[in-house]
Design a protein around this ligand. Structure first.
Ligand SMILES: [Fe+2]
Length: 285
């Protein structure tokens, strides 16, 4: 597996910011684990960014590769965190992003709002989201961005007393494009049916690191595996499936070529793409 950045630092930051001037296309950058940056219609969005160390109990960093840039160097409008695990809702990253971006809005599952505030994130930055809520993070008329929270199961569905899911995936409707970022989840019939409601996802971004007894015994809650990720792509009819969440954390990796092998053998008619770290994938409308 390659832990080398295709692009990082200033060239990557410049490429991301250049998307603020682009029309009629979206950019997806992979920044490690489940982290992506999206560029669309003058706005920069980010999902599950981890731009700092991931220390274990002994203080040893579990990251397999360095960060591509410091969070304070990223100009970003909207950040989405799928759940409260450190490889998705990363305290240092969010603190620095909020400090560097005074207008930043951070969207999290509604039950996690107090946790985010306890991290020292000013409350004016925090927006709670409940599943099946469709909202525009900014100015819908100008930006053409709609987002829908989808309840996920990591590895089980968990809801607060008001019925709001503690873990979410996010559907991003960018103009006519439909993208889904799953966060951490296993595959369930409910998830597949929720995604079918989008009537044609252009991109499905899913974790592939799987789950097993050995990792459960180490306290690692699991995700769908490669074969399940391929099935979800086929079942939902997503045009393109992108496997994520297989590389950053030592002891919880998967080889994305296993995903590729499943696709080639089981769904040879389907498209997929394995992202290089720091690579931009362009989507034209
Ligand atoms: Fe995770």
């Amino acid at each position: 597996m390659s832990y080398v950045w295709y692009k990082k630092g200033e060239p990557l930051l410049a490429e991301i910011q250049a998307f603020r001037r682009r029309q009629s296309c979206a950019g997806i950058w992979y920044i490690g684990q489940m982290g992506i940056v999206l560029g669309w219609n003058g706005k920069i969005l980010c999902v599950d960014p981890v731009l700092g160390p991931m220390p274990d109990e002994d203080g040893v960093d579990r990251r397999n590769y360095p960060v591509p840039f410091s969070p304070e160097d990223l100009s970003v409008d909207y950040v989405f965190c799928t759940h409260d695990h450190g490889d998705h809702m990363h305290r240092e990253t969010l603190q620095k992003l909020a400090a560097a971006n005074p207008e930043l809005r951070i969207f999290v599952p509604k039950p996690l709002k107090p946790q985010l505030a306890a991290m020292g994130i000013p409350e004016n930055h925090i927006v709670g989201v409940c599943q099946n809520e469709t909202f525009c993070p900014g100015n819908q008329e100008k930006e053409q961005i709609l987002v829908r929270g989808v309840a996920t199961a990591h590895e089980e569905y968990r809801y607060d007393e008001e019925g709001c899911s503690e873990t979410l995936g996010f559907v991003f409707r960018l103009g006519t494009l439909r993208l889904f970022h799953a966060g951490d989840t296993v595959v369930t019939r409910e998830l597949a049916e929720e995604l079918k409601k989008e009537q044609g996802l252009d991109v499905l971004m899913v974790p592939i690191n799987g789950r097993d007894m050995e990792r459960h015994e180490r306290g690692i809650i699991g995700n769908m595996d490669c074969r399940e990720a391929c099935w979800l792509g086929a079942e939902t009819g997503a045009d393109l499936t992108i496997p994520l969440h297989y590389d950053m954390i030592g002891g919880n990796e998967e080889n994305p070529l296993v995903f590729a092998d499943c696709m080639e053998r089981l769904y040879p008619e389907r498209k997929y793409h394995i992202m290089r770290l720091g690579e931009c994938f362009f989507l034209l409308i």
